[in-house]
Design a protein around this ligand. Sequence first.
Ligand SMILES: Nc1ncnc2c1ncn2[C@@H]1O[C@H](COP(=O)(O)OP(=O)(O)OP(=O)(O)O)[C@@H](O)[C@H]1O
Ligand SMILES: [Mg+2]
Length: 364
Amino acid sequence: MLQDSIVRSEANATDRGEPIIRLDHIRRDFDTRGGHITAVDDVSFDLFPGDILCLVGESGSGKTTVARMAAGMLKPTRGHVFFEGKDIYEMNKEEFGNYRRAVQIVHQDPYASLNPIHTIGDMLRAPLLKHKICKSRAEATKRAGELLEMVDCRPVENFIDKYPHQLSGGQRQRISIARAMTLNPRVIIADESVSMVDVSIRVSLLNTMLKLRNELGVTFLFITHDLAVVKYFAWEGNIGVMYVGKVIEYGRTPGIIGRGFHPYTRALAAAIPEADPDLTRSKEKLQLRSLDIPKLTELPDGCVFHPRCPYWIQGLCDTTKPPLMRMPDGRLVACHAVQQAVERGDDPRDLAVTDQLANQIMRE
Ligand SMILES: Nc1ncnc2c1ncn2[C@@H]1O[C@H](COP(=O)(O)OP(=O)(O)OP(=O)(O)O)[C@@H](O)[C@H]1O
Ligand SMILES: [Mg+2]
């Protein structure tokens, strides 16, 4: 509830009206061969028009599962997904169809998601004709050309009659974005869509997506394990940091990347490569106690991060789950040590020098 009310009060403060998408305490369980798991546990956030929200976290933290629930492709075990104020599982067929068209996913792997037997032109024309956005093949071809221009595939003639295998990874990724744009979506969920291509191409792809947001007002839910990408793409947006199914820190991008409070966020930020060697030198080197992410079938008691956490407090972090709490600057953080530091009036970033931690380290 706390997280909910906070995300909403932030929104009210800026009077942004109704969110396009609201995830309300969503949870998703799976029965796997290894046992029952909770892949996503109590995640809530609002996406407003033009927002960029990045979900970051290591492999298996539940990012894609959140994305699939936000896109209506997977039903939450608990909780609700709202589109423009309406619970998507209480919609009639027409409303659900509109919602599905308004929220498009761009997939992680453009090699797997583009059908090899169709030309780029066919792929773009098909949804335009099927959903009657264009009335004739000629009109659809014209629109396909505009979409290719929109995603910077120029000149259009070099793309429209090609097959996916004739294009590079970065070009295929652009085609995936163009295809997602055929139905004039309001939200694009980009799931690791730049991780498959190399760094130089990444930046130009991110620029294309930023252009869609800035010029057409497309809202982005962007999913990655790479905070360096977030730094580039979502400086004006929000970040939700996920760790084994939970959001452990949520707030404005500059505050989270520049001054993460949760030790896990700080460890992720410390791993971002910097072009500036001075910055690299001054960057904190936060050592996690263990490199292992816990298995979802064998989660530790208390805070799921405590076995890796350099600041864990014995008798608290190993027994009691930390709730997401609001910090004085408005961000949300789920960490007992951070909470205690804030209550003492300390800067949570000074955790490394508290007596408590010194004692802790000496005990180990
Ligand atoms: N359909 C499914 N059936 C069973 N388990 C699933 C299913 N989908 C996801 N999981 C499990 O849920 C957990 C979270 O998976 P998810 O794909 O959401 O993680 P992710 O953060 O997207 O990881 P990555 O960065 O590798 O893409 C994983 O342990 C995964 O194995
Ligand atoms: Mg994923």
